[in-house]
Ligand binder design. Structure first.
Ligand code: FEO
Length: 170
């Protein structure tokens, strides 16, 4: 059975993942509003990813005979200045989430909770990918500057993104 401390930390993180989902959904709506449907689509997939992160933890708490909770979380912002502003925001948000995941891992280690340690390793790796992906788009957008043709091209590329659910076996 999962300890109270670990359970509480997972329940907080479930809320944080759902906040991330809503943040990216809000970013998606903003990107659609500035006529970048491919960027908007990409953020909508990111929303799905975050919901899947929350659900992976939700299922894990239940599997460990714990009590998963649905907690309140803040509303995300609604407006940004540009696509670059959005992706810089996404990158700094992911850096913050990496800190939260590392904190969860610290609790798992302190509690000698080996199952949670193994479970969280997937999230540690996922954060490396999340930060790298957001950073990659930031760099592309910075290189483009004001090129409309370049924006059109990236919008088409980001519009191809497909949702891949996380593995359910850990
Ligand atoms: Fe659930 Fe983007 O980390």
């Amino acid at each position: 059975m999962i300890s109270n401390k670990m359970q509480e930390a997972f329940n907080d993180q479930i809320a944080a993942e759902l906040y991330s989902a809503n943040l990216y959904l809000a970013m998606s709506a903003y990107l659609e509003s500035i006529d970048l449907p491919g960027f908007g689509h990409w953020m909508r997939i990111q929303y799905q990813e975050e919901v899947s992160h929350a659900m992976k933890m939700f299922d894990y708490v239940i599997e460990r005979d714990g009590r998963a909770l649905v907690k309140a979380y803040d509303a995300p912002p609604a407006d940004w200045k540009s696509a670059l502003d959005v992706f810089e925001g996404a990158l700094s948000h992911e850096q913050k989430v990496t800190g939260l995941i590392n904190n969860l891992m610290d609790i798992a280690l302190a509690e000698k909770d080996h199952a949670s340690n193994i479970f969280l390793q997937w999230f540690v790796n996922e954060q490396v990918e999340e930060e790298a992906t957001a950073k990659g788009v930031v760099q592309q957008l910075k290189m483009l500057g004001d090129s409309k043709a370049g924006m059109f091209q990236i919008d088409r590329e980001l519009g191809q993104r497909v949702f891949t659910p996380p593995p359910t076996d850990n």
